[in-house]
Structure formats: C-alpha cells, structure tokens
Design a protein around this ligand. Structure first.
Ligand code: ADP
Ligand code: MG
Length: 622
C-alpha cells in the first residue's frame, strides 16, 4: 500500500496554529503591542476600526526589521528572541514562540512597513492568507507599522463567532490596559473609528493608573511595597471606601506580564476582610517580581494563568503586605470608625433605632389552642387580643429559638442589617388612593402575610417591589415618556473612561427613563435631572449597578438595554429585606404587585410570593 502520511502545507499548519493564538481581535492587539514593546519602542499607537474587525494597526518607533527579517518574521517558529531552550529561563521579552505573526498572516490581510534606523529605506510587505502578495522598498519612518485587516476573512465560521462591536471593543480595551499599565515609560495612544480613546503620555506608574482610570483615582491609591527573598511587590491597592461592585480594576503583573489568579486574588480579598461593603470588590494594581525559574513560563499565548512553585508563600506575603499598607496608611482604623457611625448607614436610617434581631411574637398565636380563625387574626397587629400570660409567651419564644438554631430564621436576622444598607424608594412612589384593602402583616421585616379566600399569601417584599418597579421603568423607557425631576444642584460623577463608554451606550435609554445629562466628558458626567422618585443620593449607586450589570451580562448575551436598565434600577431601588413597612405601605405594595402584568415572578424569574391553602394549613394541624 502507498504511504499516506503527508506533511501539512505551511499555510494549513499556520491556520491551525492561528486557531489557538488568535481568538478575537484583542488577541491580535496583544501580540502586536507586545512585539512593539520587545522592539524597544518608546511610542506605540494602536488604531482600530469596528472594534478591530475591520482594522487593527500597531505603529511603533522601535528597532524595525531588515528586509530579510521582515520576510522571516512571518515564518512559523521564527523568532529573534530566544536561540536555545535555556534562554527560556531568563526571558526578558514578551514573545518567544515565534508564531504570532505567522498565525495572524494566515487568517487576515496583513500589511507591514518597517525600517531600521541604520537604513535609509524600509520595506513594504503585503501578505494575504500566508501568501506574500507584494514586497517593495519604501520610504517610511524608523520602526514598524503592522496593519491587520479583515480578520478571519477566510474562516467565515470564526468571523461569525465574533461578538458585537461593543463586546469586542471591551476586550481590546482590556488588552490595551494590560499592556499599557506595566510600561508607563512608553507612550500609548488608542484610536477607535477615528476618535482618540486614550492618549497616555510617558509617565510613572501612579500617573499611568490615573491617566487610564480617571483623575479621581489618584486619591484612592494606597502604595504597597515589599521585598522579600522570594518576592518583590510594588504597586497600589484602592482604598476600601472607593471599592466598587464591579471587578474591573484588578491587575496582577508577574514579571511585567498580566496574569489572572483566583488564589492571589483571594489573598487580597482576605487582607481587605471587614473593610468592604457586601458585594464590593477591592481594586488593585500590583507588580510581583519573582525569579523566572520559579514560574512555569511556557505559558500558552492566550492564557493568563500562571504556575508558581510556591503559591502558599506568595499568598501569605501578599496578604501580609496589603494588610500592612492598609494599616500603615491609616486606612483600616479610620474606616472602622466611620463604619460605626455613618459610612454604612443610609441617611434616613441614621436617626432610627437599630433593627436588632427582635422576635415579635403574636401572643395570640398558640398552636395548642388552634382554630383557623386565630390564624387570620394574626394578620393585623391591631387585632391581637392579649389573653396569654407572660409564661405562655415565654414558652413560645423558646420554641422559636429552637427553630433559630436550625439555621434559617437566624440567618435572616443577620441579613437584615446588611440588606438595608442602601437607601431605597419608599413603597409609596406616588400619592395614590389605595382602593382595595387587604389585611396585611409584616413578618420579620421581610415577608408580607395576607389572607386570601383560599388561604394565605406570603409575599417577599423585596422581590415584589422589584417586579413593580421593573414594570414601571420598562414602561417609561419603552414608551419614552418618563418624568424627570430637575436637581437643584447638578451631580458630578466620576467614572473611568471605560465606564463612561458603557453609560454612553445606554444613554438614550437612561434619558427615556428620566435621567438628564448636562455634561459628558471622558472621565465624568454631570447629571441635572433624575427619574421622579429617585433620590439624588442614589444616583451613583444606580449607575454603578447598571455598569456592573452590563459588564456582567454582555459577554454571553445580546441584551436589550431597556430591559437590563429596568432590571438594574428596580434592583437598586426596591425596598430591601429588613425595611419595616407601615400597614399602608404593605397594602399599597400588595395592590401594586397584583396590578402588574406578571405579578408572580421577579424580573429575574424568582417567585414574588407563595400561597398556602387552608387545606395545606389544616394538614399541618393533623
Ligand atoms: P515572537 O514575538 O514570539 O518572537 P512573533 O511572530 O510575534 O514571534 O514575531 C516574530 C519576530 O518578528 C520577532 O521575534 C521579532 O524579531 C520580529 N518582530 C515582530 N514584530 C516586530 C516589531 N514591531 N518590531 C521589530 N521586530 C518585530
Ligand atoms: Mg510576538
């Protein structure tokens, strides 16, 4: 039989390799920018069109290439960066595999112009799908410009797989940050569809962070510096009071390479323990220098995970240094103090009594003296009759306590104080006449109990209110006629340019919902009007929640902005567990809930209430 094994032609091998190296436009951005850094550039300009789908161009003023090297650079395993396997253990460059350019050229139209300082003329190469289409001598500045057009033009399946421009742009910007942050001495520019998104001058690291994440960042940074035998740490953590609900600003660089590590991230969170509000994340920008021999450097080009020899030691050192810095800069003690007084207490709660776990027992409710009419009398506090003796009352209390020990109810009590942290809309969002009156009773500041014909209703106040607000907001946004209240003093809010981009994307919907933007800048916005019933003190929380929701939702779904906004605002503004409601508020909420189109579910498809029929109740007494 004839031999059947054949070597794959280069362009096929390259295409296969490309599948691994290039997953999306941002992968190309990473490879080209890293090459520019390896070439010793002092200015790197990234130009993209349509989030990189149409064009990704990186222009540097680095060492450039000779004509031969320019041609060779597109061959697989062609690299100037290592010569032997030993070199792998003392890498000083980003690249070393020599496969990025070959891979990119296999799946796109590539145009390279490059010139070395010592030459008068440069070279202009055009390569399409691994084929050199043209090679000419040209006049061009020192350095290299590589333009990658029509990515995946010859792999339609991959091209169709790309996400919306919004999503791809976010990936590109993330990659841009990851490369620009550890190289503050290099000037970086990012231009998208003709407009400048970032212009980062050569600076020190603190300035670089501020230039990327906005001028307000400066006051938030706490320096962390530590040097031990195995590890050197430099960089900053964000002060706890500026923590956010988004995980956006978390950067570890190991030997100047961006990495992700849940384990090390945990070290930081545990250093912040007790200092952050629930659901908030610390931000950090940290450089770890370790002996290159102690990490596995044969990292996959697209992977950001890394293997350390001794993770446990790194964890301990990292945690201790961050704790030390927070203490040294007086962050921790001050915060503790503020926490006690007003930091976590919404304005309208400051003067109220603290809701300590208190068990309210209906003294009339005695399982041993059961009759179904007793149960309904439990629903309103006013109808309690006081036949029970204190002793009976105590025995009931004991019974409840036993239940506590089993878990559920006592958990509720601890939740109560946290969940009511944020100021929320009153259930009365308009002065309205309550026409249908249900008898209601609020259970543990969490549930509203109400009798119905067949038995009883148990409504989760937070979930029910989310449904009510969601339908309101959605209605306003979609019919585009909401009412705004003009703020006496416009609120100025600071965000990162990236967050501003996100707000811009949903700006129109926010305006339909009732927000009025009087100014939009790269790192701040000014708001002069908010939807009726939204307290101006809540604006930041709402917008942060929206940004975080969009960031978390975008990657896998093509979302409806209106729906997401309505959900997000409903979540932020709904009454929380732990909030005590007057009888009128309870009744109003019940009426509003059953006026909804879909009263039984929250916007996120959780039940808003459960019913219990008399039969079910009766069975419990058998
Ligand atoms: P690697 O970076 O792993 O060596 P690449 O395929 O990314 O592999 O690049 C191949 C080679 O092309 C590099 O080793 C380098 O010599 C050269 N090269 C690539 N980009 C540039 C650039 N912007 N300036 C100068 N030389 C470059
Ligand atoms: Mg490279």
């Amino acid at each position: 039989m004839a031999d059947i094994i054949q070597l794959l032609p280069d362009h096929v091998a390259n295409q296969i390799a490309a599948g691994e190296v290039v997953q999306r436009p941002s992968s190309v951005v990473k490879e080209l920018m890293e090459n520019a850094i390896d070439a010793g550039a002092s200015t790197i300009k990234l130009v993209i069109k349509d989030a990189g789908k149409t064009l990704i161009q990186v222009i540097d003023d680095g060492c450039g290439m000779s004509a031969t090297d320019a041609r060779l650079s597109f061959e697989r395993h062609a690299t100037s960066k290592i010569r032997s396997a030993e070199d792998l253990f003392q890498l000083h460059t980003k690249g070393f595999r020599g496969e990025a350019l070959a891979s990119i050229a296999a799946i796109a139209h590539v145009e390279m112009k490059t010139k070395q300082d010592s030459n008068d003329l440069g070279i202009h190469l055009i390569i399409e799908g691994s084929e050199v289409v043209s090679q000419e001598v040209i006049v061009t500045p020192d350095g290299t410009s590589i333009a990658v057009k029509n990515l995946f033009y010859n792999i339609p399946a991959r091209r169709n797989f790309l996400k919306s421009n919004q999503v791809e742009l976010r990936h590109v910007i993330d990659e841009f940050h990851r490369v620009a942050l550890p190289h503050p001495q290099i000037k970086f520019v990012l231009i998208h569809n003709g407009s400048e998104v970032f212009n980062l001058p050569s600076s020190n690291f603190r300035q670089r962070v501020v230039n990327i994440f906005g001028s307000k960042t400066n006051e938030k940074l706490v320096p962390v510096n530590e040097e031990t035998e195995v590890l050197k740490i430099d960089g900053f953590v964000g002060k706890p009071e500026f923590s956010k609900k988004t995980r956006g600003e978390q950067f570890f660089f190991v030997n100047d390479r961006f990495i992700k590590s849940n384990y090390l991230n945990h070290a930081i969170s545990s250093a912040f323990e007790g200092l952050l509000k629930d659901g908030h994340h610390a931000s950090y920008f940290l450089f770890l220098q370790v002996d290159p021999k102690s990490i596995d450097i044969n990292i996959h080009p697209t992977k950001t995970e890394i293997k350390f020899d001794d993770e446990h030691t790194l964890y301990a050192i990292l945690r201790a240094s961050v704790k030390h810095s927070l203490g040294q800069f007086n962050v921790a003690p001050i915060l503790d103090f503020e926490r006690d007084s007003n930091l976590d207490t919404p304005y309208n709660y400051q003067n109220k009594e603290v809701n300590t776990p208190r068990i309210e027992v209906d003294s009339n409710f005695n399982p041993f003296a059961s009759s179904s009419s007793k149960i309904s009398s439990k629903q309103t506090q006013t109808t309690f009759s006081r036949k029970q003796t204190p002793n009976d009352w105590e025995s009931l209390y004991v019974g409840l306590k036993d239940e506590d020990a089993e878990g559920e109810p006592s958990k509720e009590f601890t939740e109560i104080r946290f969940e009511s942290e944020e100021q929320t809309l009153s259930v009365f969002d308009e002065v309205s006449h309550v026409d249908k009156v249900y008898a209601t009773y609020q259970l543990h500041n969490k549930y509203i109990v109400s009798p119905i014909k067949s038995g009883m209703l148990l409504i989760d106040q937070n979930k029910a209110h989310q449904r009510v607000l969601y339908e309101d907001f959605l209605q306003n946004i979609t019919v585009k006629e909401s009412v705004s209240q003009q703020l006496l003093f416009p609120v100025e809010l600071h965000f990162t340019p990236q967050e501003i981009e996100i707000i811009k994307q949903v700006r129109e919907d926010l305006e339909y919902a009732g927000f009025i933007f009087s100014n939009f800048e790269v790192d701040r916005i000014e708001i002069s009007g908010v939807p009726v019933n939204v307290p101006s003190s809540e604006v930041t929380i709402i917008l942060e929640q929206i940004i975080s929701d969009i960031e978390n939702d975008i990657p896998d779904s093509c979302f409806s902005a209106a729906d997401l906004l309505a959900k997000s605002m409903a979540k932020s503004l709904s009454v929380k567990t732990g909030q005590s409601l007057s009888i009128e508020e309870q009744e109003h909420l019940v009426n509003r809930l059953f006026g909804c189109k879909e009263p039984n579910m929250t916007p996120n498809n959780r039940p808003t209430f459960v019913t219990m029929s008399m039969e079910e109740l009766d069975k419990k007494f058998i």
